[in-house]
Design a protein around this ligand. Structure first.
Ligand code: PLP
Length: 273
């Protein structure tokens, strides 16, 4: 396996970053996960726009997007696989312990992992912890993911694959690694970005392609929604058949099934030639 580090391809076994890299010591980093089908990245431009937005939000220098594109192409070429996930990690770099930011310039790593198609439906739980929609990191895709790790572990303990968060004012927000959509009276809704959720690339495409409304939704909407689904780069559109103890028999319901179909058809096209 070859990864991109320090401006070129390296063997994963010998690639090294500093133990004082600020991405490691304080989570001062950002990332993107990009689906790659037959060696072609899906919606790469949208991911790179978000990478730049996240960098600016964290006060990191803008990433060199030409280098990131070259890195993605080189890593995909060096590690052929039918369905993969590119992982772009960009951190503040390394510096002496206690320094505010690395003084050797940012670290860019691009790696590729395998992935498999997710089942058509899944179980989710809600967790009591909240997303802070007014926090400094709201909407940024940072490597400070520990809260998601904790929530996901709770989900796994309960036989679910995702945990959903509300925000500080009790509204539905997002999952640990996905956005959420609900059907109410036959209409499709998803929380607005102001809820503190990540501006998911799959979410944006699903909104564009289905006309879903962006609506403030109380967390308890999950107790009465006719259908619920998740969106993410690795799940695409995935129906939810259980929320906590509430079963949603027949998932995917008609609205979800239509969204899945539309996504399947349109995401086959090369969004990023
Ligand atoms: N929300 C969070 C917190 C995420 O980490 C992710 C993806 O990793 C998403 C939503 C979905 O975003 P995307 O569709 O761009 O993968």
């Amino acid at each position: 396996m070859k990864i991109w580090l320090d401006g070129g391809l390296q063997d994963i076994e010998s690639a090294r970053v500093s133990v004082f890299d600020h991405g490691l010591t304080v989570g001062d980093g950002i990332f993107e996960t990009v689906k790659a089908v037959d060696g072609r990245p899906f919606a790469l431009s949208r991911h790179l726009d978000r990478l730049t937005r996240s960098a600016r939000g964290l006060g990191l220098p803008d990433p060199d997007l030409d280098e990131v594109r070259r890195a993605c192409a080189a890593v995909l070429e060096a590690n052929p696989m039918p369905l993969g996930r590119l992982r772009i990690t960009y951190t503040g770099g390394h510096g002496p312990l206690g320094s505010d930011r690395g003084d050797h310039g940012p670290t860019l790593v691009v790696a590729l992992g395998g992935t498999t198609r997710r089942p058509d439906s899944t179980a989710v739980i809600t967790v009591p912890w909240t997303r802070n929609e007014r926090g400094a990191l709201a909407g940024l895709k940072t490597t400070s993911y520990a809260e998601n790790v904790v929530a996901l572990a709770r989900a796994r303990e309960r036989g679910a694959s995702e945990a959903l968060f509300g925000n500080t004012v009790g509204q539905l927000c997002e999952g640990t690694g996905s956005n959420v959509f609900v059907v109410l009276d036959g209409e499709l809704h998803t929380p607005p970005l102001a809820s503190g959720c990540l501006a998911g690339i799959t979410r944006a495409l699903a909104v564009e392609w289905t006309g879903a409304k962006e609506t403030d939704l109380p967390l308890d909407v999950l107790g009465r929604a006719e259908e619920v689904f998740l969106t993410s780069t690795l799940r695409d559109v995935q129906a939810v058949h259980r929320v906590d103890d509430r079963e949603l028999p027949g998932a995917p319901g008609p609205v979800t099934a239509k969204a899945m179909r539309i996504f399947e058809e349109r995401s086959g096209a090369d969004l990023d030639p």
